[in-house]
Design a protein around this ligand. Structure first.
Ligand code: UDP
Ligand code: MG
Length: 322
């Protein structure tokens, strides 16, 4: 691609969602800062403290005195990473933003290459793509693969290897933050948006022994909300299953009537039990699926904000201060 960006002084915001990161943050922030520095692009760092319950906020306050390009927002409680990302993106006043984890599992040495692809090659979205999933527990890897296959089948988007580590141009940021929906699945929505995009591969450092703090329950919840957000196929499946059971019932009805009129209607108790159990469970399952979508509609209708900001460090426009 040859359409170079024509910014005079391009600026980029690093968006870092953090939750209970007091242990690593002090050491990791300068590393991320150094790589931003190496990209040669003017930058700001926006940390979103997602309602940490440890001393994360104090650490941020301390580090921000040493690194003046750091600004921070503190959410009033833990709203989840998706909300924290949205908050950071809304805050960014730059020409592009890079969303990156604070724990170095998203290697910050990709930052110069990501900004280069954006500025010199004109990509609107640069996605860092996981090529191996590091030392993850077997079950979790398996779950992730299963989730991506289901997601690919249901929504048509292939999210395998997709991480939240992305550079987004101003056009993409604006489209993203102006989406009206409350329930957001960052990776999925960015895939949905389109634009011209490219990927840079990365692997999770082999010596990384930090276990994920996403509990299995939370992962399942995230998967459900991602699926209901991107696909109506489960709802259509109900109709299909309904149709199949109807065909079955029809055959059974004919058989039953035939038995009755030929005077042999005493047998068949097993069939009755099976039919009742089967239709009962299919009905319940269908109600569950409808319920999941209903809950989403309810969530959207409430129009609650995705997050509430409790405190902040730094003025809104860090970029103009320097
Ligand atoms: N995080 C967050 N809110 C949460 C959970 C996590 O902002 O409720 C942040 C966390 O501090 C980290 C990033 O999101 O910077 C990724 O979290 P983690 O490393 O626990 O997850 P994983 O590496 O398994 O994706
Ligand atoms: Mg991590």
């Amino acid at each position: 691609m040859s359409n170079n960006r024509s910014y005079d002084n391009p600026t980029v915001s690093l968006i870092i969602p953090v939750y209970n990161e007091s242990l690593g943050l002090r050491a990791n922030l300068p590393i991320i800062r150094d790589w931003a520095e190496k990209s040669g692009v003017a930058y700001e760092i926006i940390i979103v403290d997602d309602g940490s319950t440890d001393s994360t906020w104090d650490v941020i306050a301390q580090v921000s005195r040493e690194i003046p390009k750091i600004g921070a927002l503190r959410l009033s409680r833990n709203f989840g990473k998706e909300a924290a990302i949205l908050c950071g993106l809304k805050e960014a006043g730059s020409d592009a933003a890079i969303v990156i984890d604070s724990d170095l599992q998203h290697p910050p040495n990709l930052i110069p290459e990501m900004t280069r692809l954006w500025l010199e090659e004109g990509y609107d979205i640069v996605e860092a793509q996981k090529v191996n999933r590091g030392k993850e527990p077997f079950l979790r890897k398996w779950f992730a693969q299963g989730f991506y296959s289901v997601m690919r089948f249901l929504s048509g988007f292939d999210l395998a290897g997709a991480a939240d580590y992305k550079l987004l141009s101003r056009a993409v940021i604006d489209s993203y933050i102006n989406m009206p929906e409350t329930n957001r699945f960052f990776r999925g929505l960015i895939a949905w948006l389109g634009f011209n995009k490219t990927t840079v591969p990365f692997s999770i450092p082999a010596d990384d022994n930090r276990s994920s703090r996403w509990s299995t329950g939370r992962l399942i919840k995230l998967s459900f909300s991602a699926i209901t957000a991107f696909s109506y196929i489960p709802l259509q499946l109900i109709t299909v299953v309904g149709f199949i059971t109807f065909m079955f019932s029809f055959a059974l009805i004919l058989q039953t009537l035939y038995m009755k009129f030929s005077g042999r209607a005493v047998e068949g108790f097993t069939t009755v039990i099976l039919a009742v159990l089967f239709t009962g469970s299919v009905t319940m399952l269908s109600l569950g699926i409808i319920g999941a979508y209903l809950a989403r509609i309810y969530e959207e209708l409430k129009r609650r904000p995705n997050y509430v900001v409790r405190d902040r460090i730094g003025k809104k426009q860090l970029l103009n201060e320097v």
